[in-house]
Design a protein around this ligand. Sequence first.
Ligand code: BYC
Length: 315
Amino acid sequence: MKEVNISELERRFQEKIDNDIRIEPKDWMPDEYRKTLIRQISQHAHSEVVGMLPEGNWITRAPNLRRKAVLLAKVQDEAGHGLYLYSAVETLGADREQTIDDLHSGKAKYSSIFNYPTLTWADMGAIGWLVDGAAIMNQVPLCRCSYGPYARAMVRVCKEESFHQRQGFEIMTTLAKGSPEQKAMAQDALNRFWWPALMMFGPNDADSKHTQQSMDWRIKRHTNDELRQMFVDATVPQAELIGLTVPDPDLKWNEETGHYEFGAINWDEFWEVVKGNGPCNKDRIDTRRKAKEEGLWVREAAMAHAEKRAKRKSA
Ligand code: BYC
């Protein structure tokens, strides 16, 4: 077989990227590209699974049967997203169990947003509207990510996120049009979730260590700041439409740029939450660890069943 050196492989790889030809699991790829994808996709998977907790907290307290059914479906969707994403990580040669253990030991990151508590029913509205809204803004471009399995997983995830965003906005609209107490509850949820939602897009471009390389590899198609701006521009008119106020005294429309200007993000708070010191970090990880321990008997029973079937087949 003809020998091909590394620089030639790298050239061919970059040529594919530049021509928008997807990289598939069996294709040659640089180690750093593989590592970046394992990092991003596993963090994304963890975010989906941990993201079930703040909303799962309200399933038994949903105000009526319809709200309960919708919330239940949404939380189940997040579990499904986690499964697609863990499968996508496995296509890169990562070990799923190890990846999950890294989450449980505190080694792996997941989205900062899920470390804030959900105090009232309005928080279900704010999460759907703002958190899923931010997630869509970030994930639609990931449907064009250069790595095939991740891009394909994102197509279905985005369809489901779109339903999640609408149901959240519908909850907020209903509350904002309701009694003064309900409107105040919606405003309070917006006040608490607005800034953490802006933080979901990650550090400012100047402080984002991975963005440039991920853009060159077409894993990311927009920078963190570009996506954050798109989110603000799309969301502020929605708040105005339902009569709620975005909690930012510096927010103003700039006629010349055609964008909203917004106030400074508290990056100290962001990094504290990322480091594990947010209001709910410990609780979230403890809950996930407990779920794994308590599910051990199910996994063992499934394995025993699979082995028995395999034996019966080979007999
Ligand atoms: N929280 O160089 P940067 C959802 C980390 S779930 C925590 O800009 P990158 C949903 C970053 O990982 C939403 N950590 O990195 C589920 C890096 O640390 P490491 C999750 C953050 O990768 C249920 C360091 O800071 N979405 O949709 O270029 C219900 C420097 O950052 C955060 C995804 O995961 C953060 N917010 O850009 C509802 C989407 N931001 O790894 C909704 C996929 C940054 O060097 N991920 N960090 O130790 C991405 O698009 C990118 O990874 C990010 C960060 C934009 C998040």
